[in-house]
Write a protein that binds this ligand. Structure first.
Ligand SMILES: Cc1cc2nc3c(=O)[nH]c(=O)nc-3n(C[C@H](O)[C@H](O)[C@H](O)COP(=O)(O)OP(=O)(O)OC[C@H]3O[C@@H](n4cnc5c(N)ncnc54)[C@H](O)[C@@H]3O)c2cc1C
Length: 407
């Protein structure tokens, strides 16, 4: 069987890797000049590698950890708990306070039945929890940053373990040399990965599928479509995609997200600080056990934050200056890089922020449309918005294709 995988992000590559290991003929077509998609590692001028996209690998990201081992990559413990942050300004909030806030919200969350949660947003949950104004602001800002949109637009059911902080003891990891190494390692094990190959048309009939890029035409038996939901409509489909998929494409929105990484001249202390205005947060982390990276990274989420911090303007220092002001304990060299994912033509946003309508509609992606199978972080609320989820979606699609290979 010949399979074309469209998109060399984590979902496309994990599907391709599994299909290839099972002996299928796979060609991956990628629009960019690199693999990895929303996982994008960059080297700063001082040699430190930072993540401009997907960064945090959690304890529960089992498939990610397994692939790191399988591919012989090295992981490093960051030394920071993603869910425990100090407020940058205003009332001081201790680590113990952060843990207490998470516990309080979690207690409320687990008290709801699945049925009750069906109509609720994250905002509805927070409205029900008794918190001091400063504590409310910190938790709301943290969640809005991560979701990339206002919390009334995000289904409560996708929040998963967001408050189960394991009392500040969760371990988060990164891949040594950059998370993108997972993508390059997967691609290196495949026979054909073609970059600079944006797919513009997919035409299928009883005989097979024709996949066209601007310059070439590929024939296949099946296609894995792993491009972000926000850019599927750049491809022409014959026959047209069915109504339930088009509806899921319309109602599934991506949040807004941007990242900034700055060079430090001295090894920094470990820190994680949340700004409650924009909002954004920033953190340092370990290079290896006991040695800290000479870099700080920041993430901002939601339209409001990107606009206020002027993330898309490469000549504007507003965000960098804010980080410098709020982290006076660090020594900045003055150099930094930043990226606004809303301006990236191959995603036009950060990752899905599903409301209850999108949550229900996502089911349309779980079955193939004739010869086209759908993978990617957007294809299920069970794995939306994460690297592990993207990997998982690829494996599941590959398993579906393999299960039907004799049909
Ligand atoms: C700023 C940011 C921070 C994040 N932080 C985290 C984090 O800390 N932890 C975490 O787990 N997750 C994080 N994520 C989310 C995670 O990175 C994504 O969920 C995951 O990488 C998505 O993988 P994917 O394969 O579904 O999509 P993508 O990575 O977007 O891959 C899709 C690929 O399709 C290509 N493509 C698009 N159109 C075409 C076309 N027409 N023809 C050919 N190719 C095409 C794209 O170029 C891309 O390479 C973050 C994401 C962002 C943007």
């Amino acid at each position: 069987m010949k399979i074309i995988v469209v998109g060399a992000g984590f979902s496309g590559l994990s599907a391709a890797y599994k299909l290839h290991k099972e002996g299928e003929e796979v060609v991956v077509l990628e629009a960019r000049d690199r693999v990895g998609g929303r996982v994008y590692s960059k080297e700063l001028s001082n040699g430190e590698v930072v993540e401009m996209g997907g960064e945090w690998i959690g304890d529960d990201d089992k498939l990610y950890h397994a692939l790191i081992d399988d591919l012989g990559l090295t992981k490093i413990e960051v030394g920071i708990d993603f869910m425990v942050r100090q407020a940058m300004k205003g009332e001081a909030i201790s680590v113990d306070d952060c843990i207490a806030i998470n516990r309080k919200v979690n207690a409320k969350l687990v008290a709801y039945s699945e049925k009750e949660k069906e109509a609720m947003s994250i905002q509805d949950l927070l409205d029900q929890v008794e918190l001091s104004p400063a504590h409310r602001l910190l938790i709301s800002s943290r969640l809005q940053t991560s979701q990339g949109t206002t919390l009334d637009k995000v289904a409560l059911r996708i929040i998963g373990g967001s408050f189960s902080t394991r009392d500040g003891q969760s371990a988060y990891h990164r891949i040594y040399g950059g998370n993108q190494a997972l993508a390059t390692s997967l691609a290196a094990r495949l026979v054909e990965v073609v970059c600079h190959a944006p797919v513009i048309e997919i035409k299928q009939d009883l005989e097979g599928v024709i996949v066209r890029t601007e310059y070439e035409k590929f024939l296949a038996d099946k296609v894995v479509l792993s491009v972000p939901v926000s850019v599927i409509n750049k491809i022409k489909f014959t026959p047209e995609l069915p109504e339930d998929i088009r509806r899921a494409m319309t109602v599934t929105k991506l949040g807004s997200g941007g990242k900034l990484s700055a060079v430090l001249t001295e090894e920094p202390p470990l820190l994680a600080k949340q700004d409650t205005d924009a909002p954004y947060w920033c953190w340092t982390g370990q290079l290896r056990d006991g040695v800290r990276k000479k870099a700080i990274t920041a993430f901002c989420g939601s339209d409001h934050a990107l606009k206020q911090l002027k993330v898309g303007d490469q000549n504007d220092d507003t965000w960098f200056e804010s980080i410098q002001t709020n982290c006076p304990e660090l020594q900045f060299s003055g150099e930094y890089i930043k990226k606004d994912w809303g301006e990236d033509p191959w995603v036009m946003g950060s990752y899905t922020a599903m409301d209850n309508e999108a949550y229900a509609a996502a089911n349309a992606f779980s079955k193939p449309f004739q010869r086209i199978y759908f993978s990617g972080e957007h294809t299920s609320p069970d794995w939306s918005g994460t690297m592990n989820g993207a990997l998982q979606s690829g494996v599941i699609v590959a398993e579906r294709i393999l299960a039907g290979r004799n049909e």
